[in-house]
Design a binder for this molecule. Sequence first.
Ligand code: NAD
Length: 319
Amino acid sequence: MILTNYRVPGSGRILITGGAGFIGWNLVKALRDRGEEVLAVDDLSASPWPERPAGIELRDVGSLSALELHDIRAVVHLACRKVVPTSFIDCEQMVSNVRIDRHLVGLLAEIRPRITILASSCEVYGDQRGRLGEAAPLRPRSPYAVGKVAMELLADVYRSLMPSPICVARLFNTYGPGEGLDAVIPRFVDEAMRLGQVVVEGSGEQRRDFSYVDDVVDALIGLLAAPFAPQVVNIGSGASISINELATRVAKAVGGVRILHGRARPNEIAEFVADTRLLHSVLPAWRPATGIDAGLRRCIDWQRAFTAGLAPSNEGRAA
Ligand SMILES: NC(=O)c1ccc[n+]([C@@H]2O[C@H](COP(=O)([O-])OP(=O)(O)OC[C@H]3O[C@@H](n4cnc5c(N)ncnc54)[C@H](O)[C@@H]3O)[C@@H](O)[C@H]2O)c1
């Protein structure tokens, strides 16, 4: 459910990188529903859908040229290889992320869109206590997060070379139907329904700030539409729950599910919770419309339809 109806001013296409990703495809659909012409590119290296969603161009962000983007009025850069634990094992993951960030940000000075949003992550804050405001120091604790910090610094470099704003959106945990199994909520739902158990990594006392994907998409479109976009802004719900609590809610909603504990992740962060005051001041009409229980229910219903083969092919999870 979307509560607002933001309109992106101006004419020309909107470029979405990572358009076949979990957030990207939801954003592409929401913009098309508003009548926007979208250029959505994705190399499908990490798309959660088994089939290429309609109208997605199969492209590596690193192959885009300024010439073909001359009519782009806004950019949302979501393309990324984003799995935090594998970034410790696979050196190429961080390098390829920074490579495409550098390429995309370099193009901006030439194509001069009205606004650009770069998707960063709460992971840039690392392990700090309490609510995280945008001015908090950056203390990345994984190669993935180091890559996001590099992207944010590249934005600082290129801001001075172009008149239009670059807004870094630090996303906290985003979830919803169809998300890849690398994320905790789809993994819990899948394990609960298939195996009758969920495995919590570590103590489960770690806390995360979860937002339903429609709310995040709404905030991203709001930022594209806003008369003033901040250089850096958090997108989160402003509340955190523990992973134990999340496991209990999934177990209760599915029924008859055992909760087990497995090994902790390297450099596990105790808590991510967003200070959302800046987001609310830029987008006064925005608020998270879907609470965690309603969101979990939708994920469980979707998983049931997916298991029964009833989810549309571009709304299903890749094997
Ligand atoms: N989902 C979350 O909870 C969350 C939280 C914080 C930040 N983010 C950020 O939001 C963005 C989107 O996340 P998501 O959950 O939709 O991830 P996702 O993995 O579902 O989507 C990312 C998409 O980028 C594509 N991609 C990767 N490298 C590419 C390249 N070189 N060229 C073209 N496409 C490429 C992948 O194929 C994939 O479809 C990412 O930048 C991620 O770091 C997400």
